[in-house]
Structures are given as C-alpha cells and as structure tokens.
Design a protein around this ligand. Structure first.
Ligand SMILES: C[S@@+](CC[C@H](N)C(=O)[O-])C[C@H]1O[C@@H](n2cnc3c(N)ncnc32)[C@H](O)[C@@H]1O
Length: 260
C-alpha cells in the first residue's frame, strides 16, 4: 500500500504542468478505491493522460459519462448543441446520434426529454462499446459503421433530430491541438479533412433522405467554418440557421428539412 496524500498529489501534478492541480487532486482522490489505485492514477495523469481517461468518466450536461481510453472526451462546448436540440425536439422524437463517440449527446438529450427513441452510430469499436454502456439506461440502440450505413433502413424519412458532432478539425490544424487530444484521442475522431468540413458535406448530402419532413440536423463547427457550412446545408436542400453561444465559443448549424 503506497502512502500518498493531497499535498504530494498536488506537487506531483504541478511538476508536470497541470494547471488545476488542486481540483484534479480532489477528483483523483474521490475516484480511487485504494491508495495503490490512487498512486497509479496520479502516475498516469502525470504522464499526460487526460483526467477523464484516468478516472474513466467525463462530466457532460450534468451527467457522468463513461469514457474509455482513446475515446473522444465530450467537450462542454457541445452542451450548447444538446440545448439547441432540446429546444426543438418533442417528446417521442426519433433521435440519431451520428458519430456518437461515448454517446454523450444522446444520453444528455434522453435525460432532458420525457421520452425519445434513440439510435447511435460510430465507426470506432471502442466508442461503440462505450456508447452502449452510456445509452443502455435510455434504451438506445448503438451500431458500428460508417455514418448512415449502419442504421436500420426503417429510419429513412423518419429522423426528427439528427445530432452530428462529427470530426471537424482541419487536417493541418491537428498538430496544433493540445497533446491530450493529439496523442490520447483517436485521429479518426478529430480529422475533418483539408478544410475540416469533409464530414459536414457527407452528412448534409445524405441527411435529407433520413430526416422526417420538418426534421433537423444539428452540427457543431468553429465560428470560422460557419459560412461555408451554411452553404453546404443550403446546397443539400436543408434550411440552415446559425446558433452561437460566445461563453462556450460554441457554434451550431441547424439544418431543417422543409415540411411537405
Ligand atoms: C468529434 S468526435 C465526437 C464524438 C461525440 N459525438 C461527442 O461529441 O462527444 C467524432 C466521432 O466520430 C467518429 N467517426 C469518425 N468517422 C466516422 C464515420 N465515418 N462514421 C461514424 N463515426 C465516425 C469517431 O470515432 C468519433 O467518435
């Protein structure tokens, strides 16, 4: 049994450049079940592993979301996308969380609305496994595959809310990301192609076939990518609307399939 106390943890974390050493020390101490486990967690955090991967969960939309190593850690900024969806979704809505990662968005929307029919997809088996754990309580169906390919065809023409926080970092900007993302999250979770909008194009092109008339596609992008994304949506026949929340530096485009 190793003897490891609060001051020791704070000192170890500070020495490796951890900015919120005291807060993190408290979180690690409450997450570890034994002092050996605590020492191992402090070691991994000091080596640069993201806190969420070390403790195995991330706080998102007031929920505790399980996050396995390598799986994308849901960002607080994305809570704005969920809020936008919650404002337009109705009880009983058919919701798809495309590129779901841990399934955080679907879990958050399910926790907000009275009742939804929830489907989720990711191409990464580690993410799928994680999302199944997070969406089990909401009765979510989680599929492994490339975008819409894995979804049951009964959902054609019937999705009310399509949440799609797809990869949107321009390839050339990946090397500028903090090491926690660059090294510890899968590249496939980040890389959006040369201008970062490859996935937006693919999703917007096919989305009108899957959305119900009047259904909505919601994506997150950087503020700089907004005008181009609006064009992509309009070109695909979706009615685009930009929503912005400066406090979280969050930009969401909502694309609505016109009603019949
Ligand atoms: C930016 S992360 C977002 C994850 C989650 N939506 C969130 O906000 O926490 C993008 C996710 O897209 C998944 N992904 C990448 N390419 C995909 C594809 N072709 N089909 C389905 N999922 C894909 C990655 O595995 C990753 O989990």
């Amino acid at each position: 049994m190793k003897n490891i106390n609060f001051e020791h943890i704070v000192t170890s974390l500070r020495a490796t450049g951890c900015v919120f050493a005291e807060d993190e020390a408290r979180i690690l101490m409450s997450a570890a079940r034994t002092s050996d486990e605590l020492a191992a967690m402090v070691g991994r955090r000091s080596e640069g592993f993201p806190l969420e991967h070390v403790i195995g969960w991330a706080e998102f939309y007031g929920l505790r979301i399980a996050v396995d190593p390598g799986v994308f850690i849901p960002r607080h900024r994305t809570e704005f996308l969920v809020r936008q969806a919650a404002e337009i979704a109705k009880s009983g809505a058919i919701v798809v969380d495309l590129c779901c990662g841990s399934g955080a968005l679907g879990a958050a929307l399910a926790a907000t609305l009275e009742r939804i029919e929830l489907y989720a997809v990711d191409i990464d088996p580690a993410a799928v496994q994680c999302a199944r754990r997070n969406l089990d309580a909401a009765g979510g169906h989680v599929y492994e595959g490339d975008l819409f390919e894995a979804l049951p065809t009964k959902l054609l023409n019937s999705i009310d809310i399509l949440l799609a926080n797809v990869p949107y970092v321009p390839t050339g900007a990946i090397e500028l990301l903090p090491s926690e993302a660059r090294i510890h999250e899968a590249r496939i979770a980040l890389d959006g192609g040369v201008d970062g909008l490859d996935f937006q194009r693919r999703v917007a092109t096919v989305a009108p076939l899957w959305l119900a008339p009047g259904g909505h596609l919601l994506v997150e992008i950087s503020e700089r990518q907004a005008p181009q994304t609006v064009e992509i949506f309009a070109h695909s026949g979706l009615i685009p609307r930009v929503a912005r929340f400066d406090e979280l530096d969050a930009t969401v485009i909502v694309g609505t399939r016109p009603s019949l």
